[in-house]
Ligand binder design. Structure first.
Ligand code: HAM
Length: 425
């Protein structure tokens, strides 16, 4: 029996035919995330991989694509309905409410790096397990909080060296404003129903709001004349949105107003945003988020405002590679020992342990192959230096250190090996 990987998922390996699946690049992203999150005062939260299904149904919304057709839901042995987390916001809120975290501090800022599970149609940039860096800031309704969260996302992309990104920004107002708008939108679309795409026709009754998000050409043509949600916002909501826009301008974060941006999860209120990259083709969303002010209360917690984002690590790495952004090299040993014979093996093993203890990345050949084959293997690991130790070296206490990139060798005493490497790296 040949076992194959399940559809829509992938392995991360030290070396892979697709560079974005190489694990060292994921470490790099994670390192940047940890540094950045700490600078912005976000602390890490790790919730379980699965939650009760109702949590996601209630928060993401029963008319959303995720809940309707994409969740990995199963019954556990006791007959409870369990779902693999399709997104990160609801689990954070569940933990926040359950542990009464509002009692700890007035504002709490979390970040996470999680795999997410969505049963999606497989295509480039869309996977059944994807990974998100997400943040959730709970407790403040200040426009400054919106801007801080967006600033963090934008800075993350900048630090990685991503270019040609577009930040789209919109406000979809409160629930009340949206209800008002929904009626106006439905009245506008009514005479056009039969010309809408099949998907939008279905959404007309269940979730007309999402029609705004449609990519279908015929829908886009009709929508050109559609009423704008911004016109249905209350004065306070509009003012709030303008404040966010001017704060972003002051922070020199370029953005475009995107009057039709609504996003795919039902919990959003007021600010919504999305960052896209042309390099990504159809699945062009690199990250997105928004406010969800009523959600904590709806889930049984205190009535606290909140805002967050999620950004997909697969798509980020794919964009970085497509843009030839600077990325760290694959890790390689600084020194590779090739012992010839048993006494040399023992000595090399002791030296390897000692040098590792001193902080160097050292590899010891254990293939037992002849010198030429061992050299080839050392080269394949990307080692910077190779030291061959046999009887002569053991006797003289001297070895020749070969620098692989140049092919040059120098003779040094075994005792001085660590120093010699340090001065040459
Ligand atoms: P989302 O827009 O569903 O938002 O996902 C965020 C990001 O995850 C997307 O922009 C995309 O980069 C990536 N992504 C989503 N689905 C896939 C997939 N199937 N394959 C590859 N990448 C994918 C959320 O999940 C919200 N929880 C974000 C949020 C946090 N809003 C407020 N707080």
């Amino acid at each position: 029996m040949n076992y194959r990987i399940a559809k829509g998922v992938f392995d991360l390996l030290p070396t892979d035919e697709l560079a974005w699946r190489e694990s060292h690049l994921w470490h790099y992203l994670e390192k940047v995330i940890y540094e950045l999150a700490s600078q912005y005062g976000f602390r890490e939260i790790r919730t379980p991989l699965f939650e009760t299904t109702e949590l996601f149904r209630r928060s993401i919304g029963t008319t959303s694509d995720i809940v309707k057709k994409e969740m990995y839901t199963f019954e556990d042995r006791a007959g409870r309905s369990i779902t693999l987390r399709p997104e990160g916001t609801a689990p954070v809120l569940r933990a926040f409410i359950e542990k009464h975290l509002e009692q700890q501090a007035p504002i709490q800022k979390f970040f996470y790096i999680y795999p997410m599970f969505r049963y999606e149609r497989q295509q480039a940039g869309r996977y059944r397990q994807h990974h998100q860096f997400g943040v959730e800031a709970i407790g403040s309704s200040s426009p400054l909080q919106d801007v801080e969260v967006i600033h963090l996302l934008w800075t993350f992309y900048e630090r990685l060296g991503l270019k040609n990104l577009t930040l789209q920004l919109n406000s979809i107002g409160s629930k009340e404003s949206r209800l008002r708008y929904k009626e106006r939108l439905k009245a506008f679309l009514k005479p056009h129903i039969s010309s809408l795409s099949q998907e939008s026709q279905e959404r007309y009754e269940t979730n007309p709001f999402r029609i705004l998000d449609s990519k279908a050409e015929q829908d886009r043509t009709i929508l050109r004349e559609a009423p704008l949600i911004l016109d249905s916002l209350s004065e306070k909501e509009r003012e709030n949105f303008e404040q966010i826009c001017s704060l972003l301008e002051e922070a020199s974060i370029p953005f475009v107003r995107a009057p039709y941006l609504v996003r795919g999860l039902d919990y959003y209120t007021n600010t919504v945003f999305e960052v896209t990259s042309k390099q990504l083709g159809a699945q062009n969303s690199l990250g997105g988020g928004g406010r969800y002010d009523g959600l904590i209360h709806e889930l049984g917690g205190p009535d606290l405002p909140a805002i967050g984002f999620g950004t997909g690590l697969e798509r980020i790495l794919q964009t970085l590679l497509a843009q030839n952004a600077p990325l760290p090299p694959k890790p390689a040993p600084t020194l590779f020992f090739i012992p010839l014979g048993q006494p040399a093996e023992k000595k090399c093993f002791a030296l390897t342990c000692q040098l590792r203890q001193e902080g160097l990345d050292v590899e010891l050949d254990m293939t037992g192959k002849r010198l030429k084959a061992a050299m080839r293997y050392a080269d394949a690991t990307g080692a910077k230096f190779v030291a061959v130790i046999g009887e002569d070296e053991l006797e003289s206490g001297q070895l020749s250190l070969k620098e692989m990139a140049t092919g040059t060798t120098q003779t040094i005493s075994i005792e001085r090996l660590a120093d010699a490497i340090r001065t040459n790296t």
